[in-house]
Each structure stands twice: as structure tokens, then as C-alpha cells.
Write a protein that binds this ligand. Structure first.
Ligand code: GLC
Length: 452
């Protein structure tokens, strides 16, 4: 008896210390958070836009780092920045037509150049040949198309004179000795940079109306890195939430030990196989078409339509979002490869979006047999399962073991035509679908199963 009580006590203590290890900044309850996250979990699909001066060299948004360029060497891109065809209405129309529900634009990337009219720097679009606040037009275009508005803001800044040189800075020393860092960083003051960062985030959270989602990017704590103390992460996050109640913030402020130090996780460029481990959390996988976020003219390994659909469907099938990136050109346009990829996604989404929006992973009891290359999504309100077929059965039938007795009707999602079925197999536990002879004209056809 005593032993048993002691055990109970120990396990209670463990539980409590576990709870205390998860600190909270705002004290928000899981129910309140779920409400705040609702539009995001329903949307499932967004557009990332990486655009800045790096669209001119057109060889990766990290070009300044990769080639160790100085501010002077990089200056030509500022001087020549002239996006004559910038028309974000076109961008947002393309996003909407692809089935995306929100967008996130780089207001400033690591290079430090601001697309917005900040009071705190001259290094901004207003002072280029563009001569205007490009973020303002983007925000208006999002709203005109009914898309939720998102900003990306780089915590890292490779242009600001006070930003201390660290291991990823273009002017990082080689070899990396402490002395070399010390001498390079003489006169640079992180406190002044932090003030700049706060000032700019305050501008973004104040001057553009309601902002739905914010990406702050990124932390790399440790020696010659930067993290929460450098950014003032807790105070920054508090300021953001105060100025924009309801906003959704990503997880790169180095506050992972707080339950509300972020709203969603951001698995970057991971394979579809890795997405299952995020089930049950809030998350959004960010993915490029081709490997680079900024426009990369000569990059030629673009994902296929099938790979992109796989990312979208597998994200939903694991209860998360996909934010797919476009890197517009220096002229201000989506290039032809991005445009055609978006059109193909739109073609699929037009016919099949009900298996994505408002959907998540299937309830327990609906497993997929190993021999089928398919993914399941589920709309819990409508109680519908969506079976995405990556390989179309040539045998004319599809067997779903254990589904018998649970389904009242089945149809193709793209045209609502009936798919007949019967029950059979051992114990009559299998659902046997009589597959339409002709594969529907979609890369990944979807069968909709209405649960009893
Ligand atoms: C990384 C990269 C960056 C990109 C971002 C998107 O942090 O530094 O270039 O903006 O990921 O997730």
C-alpha cells in the first residue's frame, strides 16, 4: 500500500515538473489557441513569396553569404532595382487560382533590403527606381482576392552596420577565430540593432491593417550564432501579439521551451515521409519549386506536378499545411515555370479541393493497406473520407480491408459519379470498390467515402 502511494506521488511529481517545464507567456488555453488557429487549419495551402534584391543576381537569396559579397559589391542591385512589371494583383490572382488561401511575403530578407517604406532605414524600395512601398500594394492585392495576409521578416540582417558578424554573415572570418570575430565586430552594437528590429516589426504590425500570419526568421543560438537574447524574442513576441491580437506566428524565435513561444512548426524542405511525425501538432511545411527560395534563373530541378500534389495531399493527410514558394523575377513577375506549376495545381484543386480544405488525418480504424499507393484525408464535420489514388488500380477493383459496414456511399470527387461497392473478404470485413474503367483525367484521382 505504502509502495503504491509512493508510486502515485512520484508519478504526480513527474507530471507536475513536466507541466512546469512548459512555460507560458500569455496563459492562453488550448481551446483559445484552436480558435485562433482555425482559419489556418482550414486553409491548408498558402503561397510563400521570396522577393528582394537577390532576384537580380538570380542565383539564390543567400548569394551575399555564398559569395561573401560586401555591401559595396551588393550596392549595384539596389541601384538597378527596377521591377517594371510588379503587379501583385496578378500574383494574388495566380495564388487564388492555384487554390491557395493565404500568402506570406518577405518584407525584408537576410540581405536587409526592405520592400516596405520604413522610417528607420534608407535601404528600402522607396529609394530605388520602384519609388514606392511595395508591401502596401501586396497587402491590398491579398485583400482584394480574399487571401489572408502574411509577412516574413528576417531577424538576420547582412546590411545593418550594427548587426554583429556571425557564422553565417557574408563577412564571417576565415579562419573563424574568436579574435577575428572580436576585431570585425568592434563598433557593432546588438542593442542598437535590436532597437531597429523592434522598430521595423512595430511598423509592419501597425501600418498595414490586420496581418494574419507572421514569419520571423531565424535563430541559430550558440557560439557565433544568435538567439532569443539577441532578438529580445519574448518582448518582441509580446509586442507582436499586442499590436495584432489573433496573429499566428512561426517557431523561429528560439522560444521552443514556451508552450506559446510560437504557434506552428515549420519543417523546411522535408520529404513527404517525414511529415507523419508532426501529426497532432500545428505545422506548415515550407517548400520550394526548385531548391532556392529567391529566383534562381539557372536552377533546373523543378518538382513535378505529381511531387507538388504529393506534398499538398500528404500535408493534409497528416494534419498540416503546405506553403509553397514562388521567387518572382527582378522584373516583378512569376517566371513561366512557376506559372505553369501553379496552373496545374489549380486544375487539380478546382476539381478536388474538398479533400484538402477543412480536412485532416483519418480517424483511427481507417488504415491503408500496404499494397496501395494512396493517402487518406478526412473532413471531421462532414464525416467524409477522401482516398487519393497515386496509382490507379488496373484490376477494376480496390479492396479496403476493415472498411465494411462503415461506409454508406462512395463517389469520385471530381464529378460526383457513384463508385459502386460491395462487402466481402474474410469475415465480410472488406469494402470492395468497383473502380471506374477510365481513370479520371487527374494525376491523383480522389474517391470520396461517406461514413455512416
Ligand atoms: C531559411 C533560409 C531562407 C528562407 C527560409 C524559408 O531559414 O535562410 O532563405 O527564407 O528558410 O523557410
Amino acid at each position: 500500500m505504502i509502495k503504491k502511494n509512493a508510486l502515485v506521488l512520484v508519478s504526480m511529481l513527474c507530471l507536475c515538473s513536466g507541466l512546469f517545464a512548459q512555460k507560458s507567456i500569455t496563459g492562453e488555453t488550448p481551446e483559445q489557441k484552436a480558435k485562433r488557429m482555425q482559419w489556418f487549419t482550414e486553409a491548408r495551402f498558402g503561397m510563400f513569396i521570396h522577393w528582394g534584391l537577390y532576384s537580380q543576381p538570380a542565383r539564390h537569396e543567400w548569394v551575399k553569404h555564398n559569395e561573401r559579397l560586401t555591401n559595396e559589391q551588393y550596392q549595384k542591385y539596389f541601384d538597378e532595382f527596377n521591377p517594371v512589371n510588379y503587379d501583385p494583383k496578378k500574383w494574388m490572382k495566380a495564388a487564388k487560382a492555384a487554390g491557395m488561401k493565404y500568402a506570406v511575403l518577405t518584407t525584408k530578407h537576410h540581405e536587409g533590403f526592405c520592400l516596405f517604406d520604413s522610417k528607420y532605414t534608407d535601404y528600402k524600395a522607396t529609394n530605388t527606381q520602384a519609388k514606392r512601398d511595395l508591401v502596401k500594394e501586396y497587402v491590398e492585392a491579398c485583400r482584394a482576392e480574399g487571401l489572408k495576409v502574411g509577412f516574413y521578416y528576417s531577424l538576420i540582417d547582412w546590411h545593418h552596420p550594427d548587426f554583429p558578424i556571425d557564422a553565417v554573415h557574408p563577412q564571417r572570418p576565415d579562419p573563424e577565430t574568436d579574435q577575428a570575430y572580436d576585431s570585425l565586430n568592434k563598433g557593432r552594437d546588438i542593442n542598437r540593432y535590436r532597437q531597429y528590429l523592434f522598430n521595423q516589426v512595430r511598423e509592419l504590425m501597425t501600418n498595414y491593417g490586420k496581418i494574419d500570419i507572421l514569419w520571423l526568421d531565424f535563430s541559430f543560438p550558440g557560439k557565433h550564432g544568435k538567439g532569443r537574447d539577441d532578438w529580445g524574442s519574448i518582448e518582441l513576441l509580446k509586442m507582436v501579439r499586442k499590436l495584432q491580437p489573433g496573429i499566428i506566428v512561426n517557431n523561429r524565435l528560439d522560444l521552443d521551451d514556451y508552450t506559446d513561444g510560437y504557434d506552428f512548426e515549420t519543417p523546411e524542405q522535408v520529404s513527404t515521409d517525414e511529415l507523419a511525425k508532426y501529426k497532432g501538432k500545428y505545422w506548415e511545411t515550407c517548400q520550394t519549386f526548385s531548391g532556392s527560395w529567391g529566383y534562381y534563373r539557372d536552377e533546373n530541378t523543378w518538382k513535378t506536378n505529381r511531387q507538388l500534389l504529393d506534398l499538398l495531399i500528404t500535408s493534409t493527410a497528416n494534419g498540416g499545411n503546405l506553403i509553397l514558394n514562388v521567387g518572382p523575377t527582378a522584373k516583378g513577375e512569376f517566371d513561366y515555370r512557376a506559372t505553369s506549376a501553379l496552373e496545374r495545381l489549380g486544375n487539380w484543386m478546382d476539381a478536388n479541393n474538398e479533400s484538402i480544405y477543412n480536412c485532416t488525418y483519418a480517424p483511427a480504424g481507417f488504415a491503408l493497406p500496404e499494397n496501395i499507393n494512396a493517402r487518406l484525408t478526412y473532413n471531421p464535420v462532414l464525416k467524409k473520407l477522401f482516398l487519393h489514388l497515386f496509382d490507379y488500380p488496373s484490376s477494376g477493383k480496390l479492396v479496403l480491408p476493415g472498411y465494411a459496414g462503415k461506409i454508406k456511399y462512395a463517389q469520385l470527387l471530381n464529378d460526383y459519379s457513384e463508385v459502386k461497392f460491395k462487402e466481402g473478404g474474410s469475415n465480410n470485413a472488406d469494402l470492395i470498390l468497383a473502380m471506374p474503367e477510365l481513370k479520371p483525367p487527374f494525376e491523383v484521382p480522389v474517391i470520396e467515402l461517406f461514413l455512416k
